[in-house]
Design a binder for this molecule. Structure first.
Ligand SMILES: Nc1ncnc2c1ncn2[C@@H]1O[C@H](COP(=O)(O)OP(=O)(O)O)[C@@H](O)[C@H]1O
Ligand SMILES: CC(=O)N[C@@H](CCC(=O)OP(=O)(O)O)C(=O)O
Length: 300
C-alpha cells in the first residue's frame, strides 16, 4: 500500500539541502535546554504522537536537551466520565477534590506519562518518566486563585490545585547529562507530602525558567493564539496580551498558557512559542528551520 504521507515530489538533492539547512540551528542550540509542553489536546492522534516522539529523539541525538512536560486534560476527562464525574474548570484550572486528585494522579503519573515514555523509547530515545514527587523536585502549596471578575485580593479555593513554591533542577540536569530525556507529569508535592494537581503549562513555564532554557514550546490544538475573528497572531507583546485577556479573546485553557508563556519570557527564557501540535513535525519546523508555526510571546 502506498503511504500518501511520503509521496510529495522531494528530490534526493532537495532532501539533502533541507537537512543541511538545519546545521546553523543545530550549532546555535547545541547543548541548550528546550522545554516542550505536550498538551493533552495535541496528544490524541496516533501518527502525530509517533512524529512527536521521533522529533524529540532527533533533537536529543543532534545535541539539544529536550525536556518534556505533558498535560492530559482530555484523558482525565474520559476517566472522570467513566466514574460518572464531570470536570469543572475556573479560568482554565480544574477544580480538584480528593477523589478527582486520585484520578488525575493515575492518569497523569501513570497512563499518559508511561505512554509518552514508551513512544520516545520506541523511537530510539532513553526517556525517564517523573512526577514532581520524584525526589520531591516540584514543591507546591495550595493555590488561592484570583478570579478575573472579582476585586483584587478576593481569592478562591479550588481544591488540591498547586501553586509551585520551588523546583529543584538537579534531577533534570542529571538526566540531561546522562543522555536521558525527562518526561514530566505536572504533579507537585506539599510540605507534608500532600499531592497537588498543577496545570501543565504552569509547570513547563516555571521549569523553563529554572533550567534557564533556550526555548519553551507549548504545543496545543490550535494554530497558536487567535484573534476575535480566528486569525493567527504570530507575535504578542505583554500589552497586547493584557488587551486580549481584558476583552475576553483569550479564555479557558489559553489563560494559564499565556500567563506561563509571558512569565517565562520575562524571566530569561530566550524564546517562547505557542505552536500547533497538530502540524506534523512542528518541533523540527520551529527549532531547526526558518518556518514559524504559531505565536511567539515577547517579553516587552
Ligand atoms: N484566543 C484564543 N486562541 C486560541 N485558543 C484559545 C483562545 N481562547 C481560548 N482558547 C482555547 O484554548 C485551548 C487550548 O488550551 P487547552 O485546552 O488547555 O489545551 P492544551 O491541552 O493544549 O493545553 C484551545 O483549544 C481553545 O479552545
Ligand atoms: C490544575 C489543572 O487544571 N491541572 C490540569 C493538569 C493537566 C493539564 O494541564 O492538561 P492539558 O495541558 O492537557 O490541559 C488538569 O487537571 O487538567
Amino acid at each position: 500500500m502506498t503511504d500518501t504521507r511520503s509521496t510529495p515530489a522531494v528530490t534526493p538533492a532537495r532532501k539533502a539541502e533541507i537537512l543541511s539547512e538545519a546545521l546553523p540551528y543545530i550549532k546555535r542550540f547545541f547543548d541548550k535546554t528546550i522545554v516542550i509542553k505536550y498538551g493533552g489536546n495535541a496528544m490524541t492522534d496516533p501518527h502525530l504522537k509517533e512524529c512527536f516522539a521521533h522529533d524529540v529523539v532527533l533533537l536529543k541525538l543532534v545535541g539539544l536537551n529536550p525536556v518534556v512536560v505533558h498535560g492530559g486534560g482530555p484523558q482525565i476527562e474520559s476517566l472522570l466520565a467513566r466514574v460518572g464525574k464531570k470536570g469543572e474548570f475556573i479560568q482554565g484550572m480544574r477544580v480538584t477534590d480528593a477523589e478527582t486528585m486520585e484520578l488525575v494522579e493515575m492518569v497523569l503519573g501513570g497512563q499518559v506519562n508511561k505512554e509518552i515514555v514508551n513512544l520516545i523509547n520506541q523511537a530510539g530515545g532513553k526517556a525517564v518518566g517523573l512526577t514532581g514527587k520524584d525526589a520531591s523536585f516540584i514543591r507546591a502549596k495550595r493555590l488561592r486563585m484570583q478570579k478575573l471578575d472579582a476585586p483584587m485580593g478576593d481569592l478562591i479555593d479550588i481544591g488540591q490545585v498547586g501553586e509551585i513554591t520551588s523546583i529543584d533542577p538537579s534531577l533534570i540536569s542529571f538526566l540531561d547529562k546522562g543522555d536521558f530525556i525527562p518526561v514530566i507529569a505536572p504533579i507537585g508535592v506539599g510540605e507534608d507530602g500532600e499531592t497537588y494537581n498543577i496545570n501543565a503549562d504552569v509547570v513547563a513555564g516555571k521549569l523553563a525558567e529554572i533550567l534557564k532554557a533556550e526555548k519553551l514550546m507549548l504545543l496545543t490544538n490550535t494554530p497558536g493564539v487567535l484573534d476575535k475573528s480566528g486569525k493567527l497572531l504570530t507575535g504578542l507583546t505583554p500589552a497586547e496580551i493584557d488587551g486580549l485577556v481584558a476583552d475576553g479573546t483569550l479564555s479557558g485553557g489559553m489563560l494559564p498558557k499565556i500567563g506561563s508563556a509571558l512569565d517565562a519570557a520575562r524571566n530569561g527564557v530566550k524564546s517562547v512559542h505557542i505552536i500547533d501540535g497538530r502540524v506534523e513535525h512542528c518541533l523540527l519546523l520551529e527549532i531547526l528551520t526558518d518556518h514559524g508555526v504559531g505565536t511567539m510571546i515577547k517579553s516587552a
